[in-house]
Ligand binder design. Structure first.
Ligand code: IPT
Length: 264
């Protein structure tokens, strides 16, 4: 009995921590897990690797637009497929945290602290989640009659966060920075430290994910928590229920704001 996981780059913290949880939960249920990591942004090729290994069900943690997900579903024929990073309007089974409410909670926190000059450090355009977080930030800011002070973009990595901030420093800093994931926040904070900009004294920083490392940043990171371990375990539970032939409705997952020491 085998499950397949098609995943985004496991060098990234969130996909790695999700995969770890999936592996643990699958093993506990007596399932073997085969992992195929995407290369070259070719989702179909990654999924085909799993199908060639005769998996019983597929978990897909690849960023997919609705039509792309539907294509993948067709490719898998009658096998159960569950999507972890897909446009919510896609007519496919999904298990994921809503990006809109999480991103909005981050804006509300900064606005409540009195910040008006708020900058964005967005994720890669190719990612559905990144686009949704960005759209929700813009909407929430607009609801407070605000527009972003700056709009930077990275590729989810810490290095890209560092580089994005370096392009903005030493001047023209916002009072607060919304970052689309914790890894980019790590790099952004490194750039700010390098220029002697006090966090949160001169700039507040808020991340997204709450990976296992985020409480260990200096200072500990305020962030929007997606419980990645719970997500991984839930996705396996739901897949197993489908394999038993049970009806499963889409899981109600919610993010929570974790206020630590990078916002004031
Ligand atoms: C999403 C993470 O929030 C982000 O940090 C990045 O790692 C991305 O994955 C990689 O694709 S979480 C995903 C399940 C939406």
């Amino acid at each position: 009995r085998t499950l397949g996981l098609a995943t985004s780059d496991l060098a990234l913290m969130a996909p790695a921590q999700i995969a770890s949880a999936i592996q643990q939960r699958a093993a506990a249920a007596g399932y073997h897990l085969v992992i195929a990591m995407e290369s070259g942004h070719d989702a179909a090729a990654t999924v085909n690797e799993l199908l060639a290994q005769r998996v019983d069900g597929l978990l897909i943690n690849l960023p997919l637009a609705a039509d792309e997900a539907q294509q993948i579903q067709l490719l898998c024929g009658s096998k159960p497929v569950l999507f972890l990073d897909v446009e919510p309007r896609a007519a496919v089974a999904q298990c994921q945290y809503p990006n809109a409410s999480g991103a909005r909670a981050a804006v509300e926190h900064l606005v409540a602290l009195g910040h008006r000059r708020i900058g964005l450090l967005n994720g890669p355009l190719r990612s559905v989640s990144a686009r949704q977080r960005e759209a929700a930030w813009l909407q929430a800011l607009a609801d407070h009659q605000l527009t972003p002070h700056c709009s930077l973009r990275g590729d989810w990595s810490a290095q890209s966060g560092y580089q994005a901030l370096m392009s903005q420093l030493p001047d023209a800093l916002p009072q607060a920075l919304l970052v689309a994931n914790d890894q980019m926040a790590l790099g952004a904070m490194r750039a700010l430290h390098q220029y002697g900009v006090a966090i949160p004294g001169e700039i507040s920083v808020i991340g997204y994910d709450d990976t296992a490392e985020s409480a260990w940043y200096q200072p500990p990171l305020t962030t929007v928590r997606q419980d990645l371990h719970y997500l991984g375990a839930q996705s396996v539970e739901r897949m197993l229920a489908r394999l038993r032939g049970e009806e499963v409705s889409d899981a109600a997952l919610e993010t929570t704001l974790v206020i630590r020491e990078t916002t004031a």
